[in-house]
Design a protein around this ligand. Structure first.
Ligand code: PGA
Length: 254
């Protein structure tokens, strides 16, 4: 059984006071580790949030990083820096990085390697735009994101990789993929993992769903066999929205 993994991607939201208050509320509420819970605050609040959740099982991660270890890369942050401020994972290839900030699969792959080599776990985001879905290329896009994003990653390293399927048309739009739509792509993605790494890796790798997850739809999405958790944006910014999503995951394992 894959342990459900609920991660909150704060994006460019909250401030030091509201972020640490949210982190403390999560740390107090997450009393057991039947569900893995994580938050990804903006870089500048990582240390404060890591301090706020200290002693709890809530994990803290970056929303992005640069693939080089150090040097003249103005504005960038390395894997070692994320580790240094208390992160143990990083989100890579988020659709906003791909589509707003122009990251390519090749760049994302370099980041995946740098993160894993430094000791960070990775959440690799994959998913199609609305136009890609409408033109029937959802599977081709997910396949490209998976094969190019994971190029050169070993089966052993996959123990530290989570995939997040996030249809771009469902992110921040209020449109959620139906459990059937999401389930189809999750099943396809697990099949890709099996082809790339064999059945054991395919069975143990977690695949999160992301895109307008909220308390009212989390349970039905999480009930889909190949959906192993959620990557939550907007609804991760308030305890009264995020905690019920964690509860929905808990009720499936208890
Ligand atoms: P959303 O964002 O939950 O606000 O749609 C999800 C994500 O981008 O990870």
């Amino acid at each position: 059984m894959r342990k459900p993994y609920i991660a909150g991607n704060w994006k460019m939201n909250l401030d030091r006071a509201s972020g640490t208050a949210l982190a403390k509320a999560l740390a107090d509420a997450v009393s057991d580790d039947s569900v893995e819970v994580a938050v990804a605050p903006p870089f500048v609040y990582l240390a404060a949030v890591a301090e706020a959740v200290k002693g709890s099982s809530v994990r803290v991660g970056g929303q992005n990083m640069y693939h080089e270890a150090s040097g003249a890369f103005t504005g960038e942050v390395s894997a070692a820096m994320l580790l240094d401020v208390g992160c143990d994972f990083v989100i890579l290839g988020h659709s906003e990085r791909r589509h707003v900030l122009g990251e390519t699969d090749e760049e994302i792959n370099r980041k995946v390697h740098a993160a894993l080599a430094a000791g960070l776990d990775v959440i690799l985001c994959v998913g199609e735009t609305q136009a890609e879905r409408e033109s029937g290329s959802t599977e081709a896009v997910v396949k490209r994101h998976m094969t190019q994003g994971l190029a050169g990653v070993t089966a052993e390293q996959m123990a530290r990789v989570t995939i997040a399927y996030e249809p771009v048309w469902a992110i921040g739009t209020g449109l959620t993929a139906t459990p059937e739509q999401a389930g189809e792509v999750h099943q396809y993605t697990r099949g890709l993992l099996s082809g790339l790494y064999g059945s054991e890796v395919a069975e143990t790798t977690r695949i999160q769903y992301g895109g307008s997850v909220k308390p009212s739809n989390a349970a039905e999405l999480l009930a889909v066999p190949d959906i192993d958790g959620c990557l939550v944006g907007g609804a991760s910014l308030k305890p009264d929205q995020f905690l019920p999503i964690i509860e929905a995951a808990k009720s499936l394992v208890s």
